[in-house]
Design a protein around this ligand. Structure first.
Ligand SMILES: [Zn+2]
Length: 72
């Protein structure tokens, strides 16, 4: 497999999955089952801890804002 293909698939040159957001190398090998991963978003891909916290934090904030609107 060429390096270009690896980059396309989101796999680092060490055979690790890269974060779909910031492309940092994660600790998970590309063939690690998602059952054994954390910070993995089904249907989207592997995120690093920082991006996962950023994104889920924003989502939760949006949801909180939505429920605030409903109750006010
Ligand atoms: Zn990231």
């Amino acid at each position: 497999m060429s390096k270009d293909q690896n980059e396309f698939l989101g796999i680092s040159e060490n055979g690790k999955d890269t974060c779909i957001s910031c492309e940092v190398e994660t600790k998970y090998a590309f063939d690690t089952s998602i059952e054994y991963r954390t910070h993995y978003v089904e249907g989207a891909g592997q995120l690093c801890e920082k991006c996962y916290n950023d994104i889920t934090g924003k989502l939760q904030q949006s949801l909180a804002n939505l429920s605030d609107d409903e109750t006010s």
